[in-house]
Design a protein around this ligand. Structure first.
Ligand code: UDP
Length: 315
């Protein structure tokens, strides 16, 4: 296949590029680097990979045929929505429109990176794909949540009106190497703080829950989804739910850190619970996560140690 990945220099985009290149495909990557990092793709020395620095909210030109478009361009951390609210809305709306138009013109399959944020602060638990969500459209997170909800609606409209083959993956909390040190999300924050023996910042009382999936599991789910004929949204995430406080404590232990946990104010509209119901992914894709928390954290902590230049202390 010849595949376009938007947001290729991001955390998930770069892992997708690795996976599709390893599977023998040709990958064209695009990124404007507002939150992506060239370091995430600098290791790729494959003649089947090409890169274009581009803002996909503008008309997208690609020469030659395309078999698939994976639309992953978007700021994706709550601190990014605060810094880039308009860019977040634009890439979810205008960027999705351009990428769908390209898919239509090329006869390509279109896969949208959607999010568990479409469920907002959920009133049903765990979240199934047929739950419509509980989102505050005008809160600080609304720029991301509503952009992704619009992106899903536009994707379905292109499918229904133009017959574009489409896929929608609703991505739950994911972690792994290549998250940014200053990403702002819980796992990279806690690991960087613990490795530096700084205070580990838990927001609220830490009783809110998340379910954390290792990035290679997510990427495997996305590859299976693309190869399937599932048009409706599919949750991909790890259903093993834990409190944020427990994640902070687990990371302090795993890094053998001297850090202590401190409590800071809970951000506005922070969801209280989140856990994917992955029955559809299991049934339709034959997918389920394989990497446990201990193994996933070990890889991620190793990455952050190298990035921060903090060697492992002797036992
Ligand atoms: N969080 C925290 N400390 C941090 C960063 C995040 O306690 O330094 C909390 C955040 O308030 C949320 C959870 O961890 O309840 C997951 O946050 P993240 O930003 O990783 O993703 P979200 O699931 O909120 O999109």
């Amino acid at each position: 296949m010849r595949v376009l990945i938007t947001g290729v220099a991001g955390f998930i985009g770069s892992h997708l590029a690795d996976r599709f290149l390893a599977d023998g495909h040709e990958v064209i990557g695009m990124d404007n680097f507002i939150t992506g990092d060239v370091a995430n793709i600098a290791h790729i020395r494959n003649p089947r990979f090409s890169f274009v620095q581009y803002d996909v909210t503008n008309y997208i030109y690609v020469d030659g045929p395309l078999d698939a478009i994976l639309h992953f361009a978007s700021p994706a951390s709550p601190i990014d929505y605060l810094e880039f609210p308009i860019q977040t809305l634009k890439v979810g709306s205008l960027g999705t429109h351009k990428a769908l138009g390209l898919a239509k013109a090329k006869g390509a399959v279109f896969l949208l990176a959607s999010t568990s944020e479409v469920y907002g602060d959920p009133l049903i638990h765990p979240q199934t794909e047929d739950y419509w969500g509980n989102v505050n459209p005008i809160g600080p997170r609304g720029v991301y949540d509503e952009a992704k909800r619009f992106a899903e609606a536009l994707t379905m409209a292109y499918h229904r009106s133009h017959g574009v083959p489409t896929r929608i993956v609703r991505i739950f909390n994911t972690y792994g190497p290549r998250m940014r040190v200053r990403d702002g999300r819980a796992v990279p924050n806690f690991i960087a703080q613990a490795l530096r023996n700084e205070e580990v910042t838990v927001y609220g009382d830490g009783s809110q829950t998340r379910s954390f999936c290792y990035v290679t599991d997510l990427v495997d789910g996305i590859a299976r989804l693309l190869a399937s004929d599932a048009t409706g949204p599919v949750n991909i995430g790890n259903p093993s739910e834990m409190s944020v406080l427990s994640m902070a404590e687990t990371i302090v232990r795993a890094t053998r850190s001297r850090s202590r946990v401190v409590f800071q104010p809970l951000p506005v509209d922070d969801p209280k619970v989140r856990q994917p119901d992955i029955s559809r992914a299991r049934g339709v894709l034959g997918w389920e996560p394989r990497v446990g928390l201990e193994e996933g954290l070990k890889e991620t902590i190793g990455y952050f140690r190298a990035k921060l230049g903090i060697p492992e202390r002797g036992m």
